[in-house]
Design a protein around this ligand. Structure first.
Ligand code: UDP
Length: 241
């Protein structure tokens, strides 16, 4: 596998072409941003931890029959992935009230939800990722009804798997963001894409409630690197650099 030009550089990751037009390399950086890029920083070795955590979680999800863009982890900071066209609808799955849901609806952070809640956001930095309905996604052609149905079913299955996985290591999976894409080699096939990591999840220690995720960075709580490493440690991942 030959690594070629950088195709895209995002806030936390970069994507490179390979000698196979259907395969890409996803590189995890240490850069962190919050509040749509207003707050910036670097979290030492974050890219290494997130690559390991995200690789393991993608493997777990694929094992229950949900197609993913992830193929394999290549080294400390890189994954081999299938090329996809990202569907511009970010999906947030919530098990506990937190973050924007607490603020928008005037609920207390930490209130458990009686069942998972799925929200859609339009992925567009210029508008700060607004909350949308399924109808918005359909009428503006961001996703078809069949794709949204498939995505919602996949999210509920993923949630079952991840809630159980994290509970086993003493972590409460509060909420997280998922992205899906259409395979370049077969656009009919939707797959889970992007990453699932402490950057994209709220993870609270089940006993102490301690935050083990990006909220430590967003809220200037300190101990960010240590929290990310603690998640990897509980997942049984040995850190390499
Ligand atoms: N999230 C994310 N990327 C985004 C927006 C949200 O990874 O662009 C994650 C976030 O880390 C949290 C969940 O999605 O785990 C729900 O985020 P929320 O809507 O509460 O927004 P926030 O207040 O965190 O921006």
């Amino acid at each position: 596998m030959e690594k070629r030009d950088r195709l895209y550089e995002g806030k936390a990751k970069a994507v490179f072409a390979t000698d196979d037009p259907n395969l890409l390399i996803q590189y995890f950086k240490d850069d962190a941003t919050a509040f749509n890029g207003v707050k910036r920083g670097t979290i030492t070795e974050k890219g290494v931890v997130n690559n390991m955590v995200a690789s393991r979680l993608m493997t777990i999800i694929e094992a229950v029959g949900i197609p993913v863009h992830f193929i394999k982890r290549l080294n400390a900071r890189e994954q081999l992935i299938r090329k996809v066209a990202i569907i511009p609808v970010e999906v947030v799955v919530r098990n506990v009230v937190a973050g924007s849901m607490a603020k928008r609806l005037g609920r207390q952070e930490g209130e458990p939800l009686p069942r998972p809640v799925i929200e859609f956001y339009y992925k567009t930095d210029a508008l700060d990722d607004p909350l949308i309905t399924r109808d918005h996604a359909m009428v503006f052609g961001w996703a078809t009804e069949a794709e949204l149905d498939w995505i919602m079913a996949a999210c509920l299955r993923i949630n079952d798997v991840l809630v159980g996985f994290f509970a086993n290591i003493g972590v409460r999976l509060v909420d997280y963001k998922l992205e899906f894409g259409r395979l370049a080699e077969n656009p009919q096939q939707v797959v889970l894409a992007d990453e699932i990591s402490p950057d994209t999840c709220r993870l609270w220690d089940m006993v102490t409630g301690e935050k083990l995720d990006k909220d430590r960075f967003r809220r200037d709580m300190g101990g960010v690197v240590e929290a990310y490493q603690e998640v990897a440690r509980r997942m049984g991942l040995a850190l390499e650099s």
